[in-house]
Design a protein around this ligand. Structure first.
Ligand code: PLP
Length: 392
């Protein structure tokens, strides 16, 4: 079958592929420990679920405006002011079908064929493929592991060239958990101010999942001069354990948001009406359940880092955010005859029944990614299984 040539350079999401493989092995009766999921293992909060129930009871069964209900737009505006000290109007925000959808459409709206996008690496797999689908060219700026995978200002500066149209900033990061502090963000902002032709896309989906006890000011709050060329993307998926509800959003200059809205109008139209009502409750209701969830992730982060660093051949730089660790496995490749991180992860799934994601598609074939969005008990069992496998 001849499919569209635009699909030639796009890979399926490797994270979803591993999750599917784990499910398949489980269906065959294998007991598999899954460390691949990119989503909190917590339930959506009761008051958020109740808002969805209320929307159904109130027969909110129709389409809404393409970019979301006035209530959700107001909630997004309120959230950005409350949490990030950012001022946007309802006309400058759009609700989307998850953060992924917002990122995809923003890239479609900004990029022309051949435009380069600077992506700090190791990077979330979907960024590069979304850029390619928008006919742009990903330009990966690799950050050093010794610096906790955080890009230095001068490295960002060196990566920006004449063809650069956009820079992506993601902190805390998937897959490394790299979490920039305020001084580091300010440094990046200074570089971005030197390049007025470049758009900035800030992906804040993990903003609250951090363990350094600090909430740095937002890049845009630190450098308001970026206002007319910055887009902030976020979603309710990770902060509120709402991955399945599919609500994300983007905030940026009005003309860009109108363009994104136009695209969305020819595509999905509005995100689910019921899920929008739930997202309003998540963004504006009590935030009390967030602290305990983050505290639990913190405990798990410590357990996983200690466990991995105790295994011969594996090492990890302890990250300050998200719910991932990016494990360097180079020292263990020879032991199991693995040629790279993907091969290592595959062999680990086959032999130790632990599902992780190889690092190749994240831009680093020395690594694999563990998600610790699973119980302490599963983590202990999985770490034990990895240690036993590598000891054999
Ligand atoms: N950005 C990053 C870095 C992610 O890891 C993810 C999900 O894994 C997303 C955005 C999108 O999440 P969602 O589409 O569920 O909002």
């Amino acid at each position: 079958m001849k499919l569209a040539s635009r699909l030639k350079n796009v890979k399926p999401s490797s994270t979803l592929a591993v999750t599917a493989k784990v499910l398949e092995l489980k269906r065959q009766g294998r007991e598999v420990i899954g460390f691949a999921a990119g989503e909190p293992d917590f339930d959506t909060w009761p008051h958020v679920c109740e808002a969805a129930h209320a929307a159904i009871r109130n027969a909110q069964f129709r389409y809404t405006a393409v970019g979301g209900t006035p209530e959700l737009k107001d909630a997004i505006v309120t959230k950005l002011a409350r949490d990030n000290d950012l001022k946007f109007t309802p006309g400058e925000v759009i609700a989307t079908c998850g953060g992924k959808h917002a990122l995809f459409n923003v890239l479609q709206a900004i990029l022309d064929p051949g435009d380069e996008v600077v992506i700090p690496g190791p990077y979330w797999v979907s960024y590069a493929d979304m850029v390619v689908l928008a006919e742009g060219t990903p330009r990966i700026a690799m950050a050093a592991e010794s610096r906790g995978f955080k890009l230095r200002a001068l490295e960002l500066d060196a990566a920006i060239g004449p063809k650069t149209k956009l820079v992506i900033v993601n902190s805390p990061s998937n897959p490394t958990g790299a979490t920039y502090n305020e001084a580091e963000i300010a440094e990046l902002a200074r570089v971005l101010m030197k390049h007025p032709q470049v758009w900035v896309l800030v992906d804040d989906v993990y903003e609250f999942i951090r363990y350094d006890g600090k909430r740095p000011r937002h890049l845009l709050a630190l450098e308001p001069g970026l206002r007319d060329r910055i887009v902030v993307v976020n979603s309710v998926s990770k902060t509120y354990a709402m991955t399945g509800w599919r609500i994300g959003y983007a905030a940026g200059p009005g003309p860009l948001i109108q363009a994104v809205s136009m695209l969305q109008g020819q595509q999905t139209s509005n995100p689910s009406t019921i899920a929008q009502a739930a997202a309003v409750a998540a963004l504006t209701g009590s935030q009390d359940a967030l602290g305990p969830m983050v505290a639990e992730f913190h405990r798990r982060r410590n357990l996983v880092c200690e466990g991995i660093n105790a295994i011969d051949g594996l090492s990890v730089v302890r990250p300050d955010g998200a719910f991932y660790v990016f494990v360097n496995a180079r020292g263990a490749f020879a032991k199991v005859g693995a040629k790279d991180g993907d091969d290592f992860a595959f062999k680990m799934l086959e032999s130790a029944s632990v599902g992780t994601v190889g690092g190749n598609d994240f831009g680093s074939p020395d690594h694999f990614r563990i998600s610790y969005a699973t119980s302490m008990e599963q983590l202990e069992r999985g770490l034990d299984a990895i240690a036993r496998w590598l000891k054999k």
